[in-house]
Design a protein around this ligand. Sequence first.
Ligand code: GLA
Length: 730
Amino acid sequence: MIKYFSENKAFMISGRSYSYCMYVNQSGYLQHLYYGKKIEESDIAFLIKTHGKSLEPCAHDINADMSTDRMPTEIGSFGKGDFHSATVIVRRSEGDAMSAFKYVSHRITEDAIKLNRLPCVRKADETLIITVKDEYSETEIDLRYSILNDSDVLVRNLIVRNNGTTDIDIKKAFSFCMQLPDNNKQYSALRLAGAWANEMNPVVTPLAEGTLRIESTRGYSSHEMNPFMAILQDSCDECSGECYGFNLLYSGNFAITAETHHNKTVRVQGGINDYMFDWHLSVGEEFVTPQSALCYSNAGLGGMSRAYHDFFRECIINPTYVYKSRPILLNNWEATYFDFTDEKLYPIIDEAGKLGMDMFVLDDGWFGKRNNDKSSLGDWYVNDKKLNGGLNSIIARCKKNNLKFGLWFEPEMVSEDSDLYRAHPDWAIAMKSITPSRARNQLILDLSKKEVVEYVFGAISKVLQENEIAYVKWDRNRDMTEFYSNSLLPDRQGEFAHRYVLGFYDLAQRLTTAFPKVLFEGCSGGGGRFDGGALYYFPQIWTSDNTDGLERAKIQWGASICYPLSAMSCHVSVCPNHQTQRTVPLETRGAIASLGILGYELDIAKLTEEEKDKIKEQISRYKQINNMILQGDLYRLSDPFISDYFCVLCVSHDKTKAYIVGERFHSSVSIQNPILKLVGLDENTNYRIEELDIIASGKALMNVGVPYPWLHECESWIWHVYEYTAKWRN
Ligand code: GLA
């Protein structure tokens, strides 16, 4: 619910359990008042009197401008006494950029506003649009707040409009600005940091005076830093305490900053990275920033995660797929790498069928003359030296085995040794006078050019039209360098990084619209583009190239802080693991992969009969719990980063069943196993844990708990928990 109180010029936005309040102060600024646990409408006057007035710039004070520095604002202005970094910086033709953004008007609509060319929420109950105008120019900004009444996520972005008579240059345009008060407690920031094959490590650091900035400058959201930050109050842990999440629905260069002022307040802002960014805005034009998803939780990090999971499932991920069972697939990458022929693939396909899988996916190497990573990206036609019968014979073999067929593409890339590059060298990102940096021997196509997007759309469409393809793995395997487009004027090169992202979204939008029956899985050398923008097009994303049963548990744990299990594509691979050389039992690899969209990525034809039986069993058990993975509520029980165990619980909405997966991370000698207290169950329901053959009330399972199983390192357990309906008490 969004309410405007005209007598105080105040706004109150209320979601499921939070309130967000602001008002127009005496000087006309939109001043932030409160963000936290839900309060009453009647509290607005109290908020203004005690939390608003004392921080307002005082009209009679000659230092009034300087006092904007301590005013909590909804949009930071530039160069007029607010010494925080500004939210929007616009340079005018005379070279000046001073700004003071003041309230003009507002409106409330019932629509979820569609963003042109950017991913955005698919639904909202209401949207508040507040227009502010710069006191020194004709630049106007719309601040947008969209809500679902039953959600704890608040969606924000802003739009910059040039209403003046001369062109302007946007030097910075973040999507949101929000300020937390000094509450006499320590704030900490959590980020999801990592690297290739080691994505999404939660890192928590206390905030102190100065700025904590997380960002990507790699052209995409990156393995190294997810576009997400949480601010935790000092008592916040997994199950209790207050925290705030800030997630950007954006797949390109981003930045999120948490600025601790000398008076201990914290201003959090985020959006498109302003580093090397510059956008020319002609008279009458507007610039739309990506949406951000803010989340308040008073149920700890776990509460925040569940709110984000609901949000991504309900508002971002394609509704056709979000709650639909996804195919359990066999991917040939780690089974064969580039070294395959159709004859070599047949036994793998036959075995996938026998084991009850749903799909076979042919990964990299099927096109052009690609036998290694040195050639052919961009030549999306079959390598008939490898596949004598083209894709047809593979697809026929799949059909014979009752399997659907999926195919790998890397649409945004080009190899210099390719027909595409020979025909259009100017389509690759490079600047003539500078040798382009190669990574994995490849260059990136300049998707800021319409004709390049058109070509890639045509080339991929042709393959999808001519073949029965049910799934596409959309990969992207290198960082961007040489940010430059030969189609942009020299003074417009600062627009390139964002224009590329718009081109990527355009291509993704066109392909997913033209082929609605094809399930598109996102990938970027694993989780290099695992973000809310990509999830709009790709209902699932390959979480990491690291499939080691131990490391993967940590990566999935980190990813679950923001993203739902149904977004994580997870495969069982061979041992010793190709990334870590570690050997982890097949049971454990299966258990960890079952906490997402299950798949397999190994030469199953080479397995023993005993291993094949285990896989058959994993598949049939997964099909029984699949709905909980797609729709359930996740509770993280034991943190592998700080304890000897990994353990999570996924419970159905009606709390009649739960699925628990755990893994022993470190063995230490102890004479007694620790106790695992379950959470998220219904206190008054009686449950049976199948594997332990015990029956107990939710109250007992959550308050008394169950001893952890006695296990060796890397061993795991799965517990199926069901409501026990028989009369069993006396
Ligand atoms: C990336 C992906 C892998 C695989 C290879 C193929 O690394 O993450 O899963 O598809 O590319 O080259």
